[in-house]
Ligand binder design. Structure first.
Ligand SMILES: [Fe+2]
Length: 233
């Protein structure tokens, strides 16, 4: 179900007039880095995203500050696309964007594969199964799982292969490691350079590129059709 334009306008008016539900706290804290387009295309982000923001901040801000910048940037991208979805799905999408990389935190890293480690942690914390699955399968994780011999472990969660999942992949693949908007070609090139030619991640991202590009193209078509502007770089 799409959110009607009048609903979004009303929401923006409430934000601007400071007649605010608690969800605005989430917007403000995410916008604090200054890149901050989160309110520009705001949808109603609810309790799951607020909880996700708190968990991600606690896990990432001190231990992995650059990763914290990245996930906030991914959340801003996700929020930009959130008018494509219902209120509940927009909340889920932004929550998944904030939490998708928590598996990099050392104490969570039992399988040494961050989508799986993140999903397992979230399940243990009682987050909804759909959110865990989005994290487990973000950005074509199944291909890296194959290379790491972790396909059976990842199969505990199902990739929903939906428009929402595409948006999560798009948001991740069009956000730099320090949270700035980019395009998918530059993003993939940066990953290959960062890991080096012999690394498994470089091999994975090369293999996954057609599927990642597919999610990005589909999402950008949907954004254009909905009249939602975005900055590709
Ligand atoms: Fe990411």
């Amino acid at each position: 179900m799409r959110i009607a334009r009048w609903t979004l306008r009303s929401w923006r008016m409430l934000c601007e007039s400071r007649v605010l539900p608690p969800v605005r706290c989430c917007y403000l804290s995410l916008s604090a880095s200054g890149v901050g387009a989160l309110t520009r295309y705001s949808a109603v982000v609810g309790s799951m995203a607020r909880q996700a923001e708190q968990v991600a901040r606690e896990l990432l801000q001190d231990e992995l500050p650059r990763r914290w910048e990245h996930v906030q940037g991914v959340a801003r991208r996700a929020a930009m696309a959130s008018p494509l979805f219902s209120v509940d799905d927009a909340d889920l999408l932004v929550a998944a964007a904030l939490l998708h990389d928590i598996g990099y935190v050392d104490r969570l890293s039992t399988a040494r594969f961050h989508p799986l480690d993140g999903a397992r942690y979230l399940r243990a914390q009682g987050f909804p199964r759909r959110l865990c699955a989005l994290v487990a399968h973000h950005s074509c994780a199944y291909r890296e799982a194959e290379l790491r011999g972790l396909t059976a472990d990842l199969a505990e969660w199902v990739d929903e292969a939906s428009d929402l999942r595409d948006v999560l992949w798009w948001a991740d693949m069009t956000t730099t490691p320090n949270g700035k908007p980019t395009n998918i070609d530059d993003r993939i090139e940066e990953i290959q350079k960062r890991y080096g030619p012999e690394d498994l991640v470089t091999f994975f991202i090369r293999q996954a590129k057609p599927e990642l590009v597919g999610a990005v193209v589909r999402t950008e078509e949907r954004l254009q059709a909905a009249g939602i502007g975005y900055t590709a770089k």
